[in-house]
Design a protein around this ligand. Structure first.
Ligand SMILES: Nc1ncnc2c1ncn2[C@@H]1O[C@H](COP(=O)(O)OP(=O)(O)OP(=O)(O)O)[C@@H](O)[C@H]1O
Length: 297
């Protein structure tokens, strides 16, 4: 199937790059709860797209369907021209989709380097015989993997001890290692579920730069995030969910001024969602967009 742009939503500044991910009429139901309700959106090659919405809006459920952890009850997911609807996570990962989770999923007892090398395992040119016999090819391939793991750790700005157990690193460092591991798969698309959660101000600034560097590699970044400052600064487009439905899609400026979005956040009974809305309301356009426009011109 050739992915057609979603027709039921509008964006005044449609990206010119080809569609990489096309989600169409996707519904996810758990018993009586419809977590995602007829969701359609596109993500384009190399863009940074954020998926936002109040708690329980269906963001993580949508991610879980795209990456094969849940099967949608209806609808289709097409990635890079392939129908991946309901396929297993390993198959979808093999197509070039990598992700991180809301809660860290690193191998805590393994070293930082081994965690990242685990991410590239699928790409290593080794066979079981090489591994058992420790052939020169095996040693070469192991050395290449180690060198590459160091490069990805440098890329994400990791400064912790790479030979020690990952669980001993501070939380923000572990987050970086998780992103390095996902990047080591050399994905076409990286989905990040709340990467800024638990980070301090400096770490969020570093994350912002990292997200831009990832998109400059040509990797599409799809982000679930509650930190509206980060979302508004880094995103080219934003998709907004509420009660499982898409209520808006557009540029940061369009989203920030969209009455349905303001209503969804300000009308929420969730204090965190209201705080997010206020955070955006208090930011000036120059604050949000000035630096971005400059950086991208
Ligand atoms: N495995 C599950 N079983 C039953 N209900 C679920 C399951 N996963 C999610 N839900 C429900 O689906 C709805 C959407 O949840 P989801 O976690 O996708 O929202 P979210 O937008 O990611 O929220 P948050 O911002 O809090 O992470 C919620 O009502 C949630 O309770």
């Amino acid at each position: 199937m050739s992915a057609q742009p979603a027709s039921d939503v509008t964006s005044s500044r449609a990206p010119l790059r080809p569609v990489l991910l096309a989600v169409r009429d996707m519904t996810v139901a758990f018993g009586g709860v419809t977590a995602v309700n007829g969701l359609s959106f596109d993500a384009h090659q190399g863009e940074v797209l954020s998926v936002i919405g109040p708690n329980g809006a269906g963001k993580t459920s949508a991610f879980n369907c795209i990456t094969g952890f849940y099967k949608p009850s209806a609808g289709r997911v097409v990635f890079d021209g392939h129908d991946i609807t309901g396929k297993r996570p390993a198959i979808i990962a093999g197509r070039g989709v990598a992700r991180t989770f809301q809660n860290l999923r690193l191998f805590g007892e393994l070293t930082v380097l081994d965690n990242v090398r685990a991410g590239m395992h699928v790409r290593l040119r080794q066979n079981a015989l090489d591994a058992v016999l420790h052939t020169p090819r095996y040693h070469r391939s192991e050395q290449e993997a180690t060198d590459e793991a160091h490069r990805w750790l440098d890329f994400v700005g990791s400064s912790g001890d790479r030979g020690g157990a990952v669980r001993n690193l501070p939380y923000g460092e572990q987050r970086r290692v998780e992103i390095a591991r996902a990047l080591a798969r050399e994905p076409k698309m990286l989905l990040l579920d709340e990467p800024a959660a638990g980070l301090n101000h400096g770490e969020k600034e570093a994350l912002l730069g990292l997200l831009r560097r990832i998109s400059e590699l040509g990797t599409a970044v799809v982000l679930i995030e509650h930190d509206m400052g980060l979302v508004m600064e880094v995103s080219e487009r934003i998709v907004v969910l509420n009660y499982g439905k898409e209520i808006a899609e557009g540029t940061p400026h369009e989203i920030r001024t969209n009455p349905a979005v303001i209503e969804a956040y300000l009308g929420s009974t969730d204090a965190e969602a209201r705080a997010e809305a206020e955070q955006v309301a208090q930011m000036s356009d120059a604050e949000i967009f000035g630096e971005q426009e400059e950086g991208r011109s």
